[in-house]
Design a protein around this ligand. Structure first.
Ligand code: SF4
Ligand code: SF4
Length: 315
């Protein structure tokens, strides 16, 4: 299983929000859902992607290797701008219409200012990083969280990471949209201690319009896993005007009641704009022109979930 390969876009250490204790988050690339509020747009495509990070770029005047590397005329010099250190600098601009994602510019870039968001790795490559923090997992009751994207979309790779972690004694959480074949969830269940399971909209038609897929399979998977003994942290992102109606909040709470005994906690996640800069890195337009929900709204939602006898928290 250590030789199995797959695609990730990141591994983050010392995570405190994706399961119990201190964790290493392994982010698998690609997702069948298209949530407009996604705070990791680099996670969505299954294919390589060119990203540019301002903080790492040293500018076209001292470097400019990306301009020379691009054979498609897709990179030009931008205007003089002031960088975070207060220096005037000229940054490259990628014309996404002309870019073929050949990634020659990323190969030429000496500082990883331009980079491919896709990393092709083996399970052993992942485990080399995971093992480094073994003692933090032991001390904090933490472990490894396999996330994405939708990690179950690369099922064999995802299962092999879970199996490798379990065989080495690490706690495993799986962060999932719930949108994958039921038999895959049941197959991976013996290697997963906790499912971080998203519920986005309880109305299937609205779900289709909002995230690109209906919700019947998602609900069926939650029920099948609960019946098979899985433990859940349910994650309900509250997105203003998209899924925060009283009707949907009540319907979500009512669905949670049907698997109540399997739920450790329902995390109520207020919409935030922290992923906004990532859209710029990828040359994408950020379309969430709304404010995060108020504290009062979140408290009211918390009380609503508690009134159903659910162990809820605001994250
Ligand atoms: S990835 Fe795009 S910008 Fe970079 S060298 Fe290839 S075509 Fe040019
Ligand atoms: S090669 Fe990299 S560091 Fe150099 S100008 Fe281009 S993006 Fe910036």
């Amino acid at each position: 299983m250590y030789q199995i390969e797959g695609n990730i876009y990141d591994i983050q250490k010392f995570s405190l929000h994706d399961g119990p204790g201190i964790r290493t988050d392994v982010y698998l690339k690609g997702c069948p859902l298209t949530c407009v509020w996604c705070h990791s747009p680099e996670s969505q495509p299954f294919t390589p992607d060119l990203a540019w990070m301002e903080i790492k770029c040293i500018g076209t005047e001292v470097c400019g290797l990306c301009l020379e590397a691009c054979k498609f005329g897709a990179i030009r010099k931008g205007e003089v701008t002031r960088n975070l250190k207060g220096d005037d600098i000229i940054y490259p601009i990628v014309d996404r219409e002309k870019c073929t994602v050949c990634l020659e510019c990323a190969k030429a870039c000496p500082s990883k200012g331009l980079y491919n968001t896709l990393q092709h790795v083996s399970v052993e490559d992942v485990m080399l990083k995971v093992r480094q923090d073994k003692r933090y997992y032991e001390k904090s009751g933490g472990g490894v969280t396999i996330s994405g994207g939708e990690p179950m979309s690369q099922f064999e790779f995802c299962k092999a990471i879970a199996m490798a972690c379990k065989s080495e004694g690490f706690d495993v959480a799986l962060d999932t949209t719930g949108f994958a074949p039921t038999e895959h969830y049941l197959e991976i269940l013996p290697y997963v201690d906790l499912f971080l399971f998203d519920l986005k909209h309880m109305d299937s038609e609205r779900s289709k319009r909002l995230v690109g897929v209906p919700n019947e399979q998602i609900k069926a998977n939650a029920l099948a896993l609960a019946n098979a003994g899985a433990r859940f942290q349910i994650r309900f992102p509250l997105i203003p005007h998209l899924n925060d109606s009283m009707e949907n909040r009540k319907a979500t709470a009512e669905f949670c009641v049907t698997i109540k005994d399997a739920i450790d906690v329902v995390q109520l996640l207020p919409f935030h704009k922290m992923g906004q800069t990532k859209y710029r890195r990828l040359g994408l337009k950020y379309r969430m022109n709304v404010s995060p929900p108020s504290r009062e709204f979140m408290e009211e939602t918390l009380e609503l979930f508690k009134s159903y006898g659910l162990p809820a928290q605001i994250s």
